[in-house]
Structure formats: structure tokens, C-alpha cells
Ligand binder design. Sequence first.
Ligand code: NAP
Length: 242
Amino acid sequence: MEQVTIVTGGSRGIGAATCLRLARDGHRVVVGYRSAAGAAHGIVEAVAALGGHAIAVRADTALEDDVVALFEAAAGLGPVTGLVNNAGIASTLGRLADVRADELRRVMEVNVIGAFLCARQAARVMTRGGAIVNVSSSAATLGSPGNYIHYAASKAAVDALTLGLAKELAAEGIRVNGVAPGFIDTEIHEQTGDPDRAANVVSRIPVGRLGTPDEIAEAIAWLLSPAASYATGATLRVAGGL
Ligand code: NAP
């Protein structure tokens, strides 16, 4: 069966690497993005250069109408068989006592509501079975004290989504898994307000370096593939020992 996979947040970082990795596995790829149209279309061209097929679709995953339209656009490539629920945002570093309510709300809207809306839509359209991978974070089980507890909590919600939906959809032939990256070298860290974020965290990582987007894409590709046919409800930690 032709694999048609939506990658939310496919324009940059982990999502972009995942689009390219999946194209190599023969997936037709839907590159979801919110604002970086140029980057998203660059990924479409890179997929084409690999001999694959992709389209770019603008959709803010926190908005229900955008998510419905994203899945409708994806159906133009064939029945949707995969979702990489990757779009996400970080937050300014700080203690909970200092967090702004609007920032708290936005993190929950994108990381939780957005992930749930996309998973819901996948559950509705994957009538022939399929696979979902939710991108969590090692923060979900570390708590991120002094940094962004709300971000960690949003990813713990994603882990609960993985567990519950895996059980709910198992009988329908839909597998639901997660990947929990540690610190990965992407632009997301610019949102923390700490220009030295990477240098400041590296001493805490047991393997002594940040991960690469390709190292996360590899885990996502495996969980989506038939090689992971008995894996569902799992969240695979790819965090350099964190
Ligand atoms: P990134 O480089 O900042 O890329 C984020 C991607 O998400 C972009 O494609 C962006 O689209 C998209 N996006 C953001 N908000 C969106 C929204 N409301 N609707 C649709 N798309 C949206 O981030 P990343 O590091 O690759 O992170 C990807 C995922 O991995 C996130 O869920 C993040 O929490 C998780 N993660 C990352 C790390 C890490 O260290 N990097 C660690 C653990 C977990 P535009 O390009 O259009 O803005």
C-alpha cells in the first residue's frame, strides 16, 4: 500500500529531517508548516531531488479548521496512512512563578490541543489502518524545573495521548507511538531567550553532545515502518542518556 504521511512542523528542525528520511523510505510526504513557507517548499524540492513526492500545506495545528484542511489536502496524495505529530514550541526559560499566562496558554494550545486535533483527525481518516508518531520530549519525565515546567507538562500530555490512543485504536490496525528527544540541535532553542542554551545544557547530557535532527528522524521512521509492527503505546527515548 502507498504510504502517505503528514509531518506537522515539517518545514524545519526535526520535522524537516523526518520528511527527508520518510521520502527515502518511499512515503509520499505532506510537509505541514505554520509560517516558514520558503523552508517548507525547500523541503518539497529536496524530496523531489531524492525522487520522492511531497506537498507543502500551511496549517496552524492549534486551529481546528486548519487541521481539517491539512488532512483534506493530504488526501489528494492518496489515503493518509501516517501522521508525525511534530509541530511544537518551547518557551522562555524561567521559574513557574514568573511565567506569563499568554505564554502558558500558547504552549498548551500548540503542544497539547494541536497534537490532539491532529491525532483526532488521523483517527477519523485512517480507515485502512496506519501509524501515528507523537513527538514528545525527555522533559516530560524530567519536569524541567527552573526552565519551563509548562512545556514539560505539555509533553507529558502527549505521552498520555500516545498511551490512550494506542489502546483505543489497536483493534483498527492503527499503531500509536512516541519519540522523546533530548536536546537536539534545532532553532527551537532560540525561543528560550538564552543565546547560550546549547552550551549551557551540554554538560548535563551523558553522551556529551546535542543530538541531530537526523537521529530523531531515524527513530520516527522506524516506528512508522512495518518493522515496528508489534510496537504500539511506546514512547522511545532518544536523548543521549538524559
Ligand atoms: P523547530 O526547529 O523550532 O521547528 C518547529 C516546527 O514546528 C516548524 O516547522 C514550525 O513551523 C512548526 N510549528 C510551530 N508551531 C506550529 C503551529 N502552531 N502549527 C504548525 N506548525 C507549527 O523545532 P524542533 O526542535 O524541530 O521541534 C520539533 C518537535 O520536537 C517539537 O514538538 C518539540 O517540542 C520537540 N522537541 C524538540 C527538542 C529539541 O531539543 N529540539 C527536544 C525535545 C522535543 P514554521 O517553520 O512554519 O514556523
